[in-house]
Design a protein around this ligand. Structure first.
Ligand code: TXA
Ligand code: MG
Length: 348
């Protein structure tokens, strides 16, 4: 299959029309959102949805997020509780997926057999325009091959899915850079964050009074865990390099990172340190990649840097995590460092 790329900057109307047309025809298309690129298909069509799973190599028991353009569409596909509506009113359009009870028009393929679905109204105008034009809700996971870092540029999608999908809509770099915050509102008394994102627990707590973080957010997940968020039990975001996460007292971390770095060098490893701008002075002379000054800049750079490390044939990443990077990065880097058996390479 020939994979076409259409740039929104050059021809927005063609981009929207071709994407919507293919989606209505039961095809899967990569579309930009403000978080990461999504691999979209008609959420009301089982055959189209099954193509998402085969293109990505995604496990069948990992449910998809359903993207909608307006509240009317939300009510067509789900029963929206008061709690869910409050969250939607506050954070939509935006990087928040709210889990609600699904209606029958959404098949088991989308929900992986669950009675619930995650709903999201993206802030990205192109994404909403494609949904509007197609006139159907769009199921879309991140547009990467399962297990790989999520795509924040059209070229990342191309690297993973060239030849497997008919069309990639290039909407430029994703503004946020990490996937949406996923919040459970069904079967819990207090809204529960299953996956942290740009909408923080503090922001949700302020609106809802209370919020809970699911234990899998910052811990390792094992196969025996009862995982409320099915996606969290799989290997995620993994670059080819081995990832080591360092966290704690800055001076101690710097000492440990430097010692590991030199050790790698002695063993002819291609090693890099990932850290925040202000921390760079502790690593003078080392091969460094910088993540800016706050969570927003770290999120915007994170996945692209993991992919670039692969391009540069890096085989060891030493990640100096600091709280300023935020929970979304902590969650992703723990997953990236996870070995297939669920063992985390983390150094205090
Ligand atoms: O920002 C995003 O959310 C991006 C863009 C494309 O919108 N999409 C995305 O989808 O990250 P995906 O499939 O990579 O992640 C969906 C996550 C998974 O962790 C999945 O387990 C969880 O949402 N999820 C979906 N439906 C669920 C449900 N009914 N109950 C619990 N978790 C659910
Ligand atoms: Mg994903």
């Amino acid at each position: 299959m020939n994979t076409k790329i259409i740039s929104c900057e050059q021809d927005l109307q063609t981009a929207v029309c071709e994407a919507a047309g293919l989606i209505l025809n039961g095809e899967v298309v990569a579309i930009p959102t403000e978080t990461v690129y999504g691999l979209g298909a008609n959420a009301l069509c089982d055959v189209a949805v099954s193509k998402i799973f085969s293109v990505k190599g995604r496990p069948q028991d990992n449910p998809l997020i359903v993207h909608i353009a307006d509240m009317e569409m939300a009510y067509e596909v789900a029963n929206v509780s008061q709690t869910a509506r409050r969250l939607m009113e506050e954070f939509w359009p935006g990087p928040l997926s709210v889990i609600v009870e699904k209606k029958d028009c959404i098949g088991d393929g989308v929900s992986a057999g669950l009675k619930t679905i995650a709903l999201r109204m993206p802030k990205n105008e192109v994404a909403r325009e494609i949904i509007r034009k197609a006139g159907v809700p769009i199921a879309a996971p991140s547009a990467n091959v399962s297990g790989k870092p999520s795509p924040t540029l059209a070229k990342h999608v191309y690297e993973d899915l060239n030849g497997k999908i008919p069309l990639i809509i290039d909407g430029g770099p994703c503004e946020v850079g990490v996937e949406s915050t996923v919040v459970q509102t069904v079967g819990v008394e207090i809204p529960t964050i299953l996956r942290p994102g740009d909408v923080t627990p503090e922001m949700i707590g302020k609106i809802m009074g209370e919020v809970v973080l699911h234990e899998s957010v910052c811990g390792k997940t094992t196969k025996n865990d009862v995982v409320m968020s099915p996606g969290m039990k799989y290997k995620h975001y993994a670059p080819k390099a081995s990832v080591y996460v360092y966290e704690g007292d800055k001076k101690t971390v710097e000492k440990n990172v430097c010692s590991m770095y030199h050790n790698c060098k002695e063993n002819a490893k291609n090693v890099v340190v990932f850290c925040m701008d202000d921390t760079a002075k502790g690593y003078e002379g080392l091969n460094l990649r910088l993540f800016g000054k706050d969570a927003k800049s770290a999120e915007a750079k994170f996945f692209a840097e993991l992919r670039e490390a692969d391009q540069a044939k890096i085989d060891t990443i030493l990640f100096h995590y600091e709280n300023e990077m935020g929970l979304a990065i902590k969650n992703r880097i723990i997953r990236a460092a996870e070995k297939p058996q669920g063992e985390v390479t983390k150094t205090k």
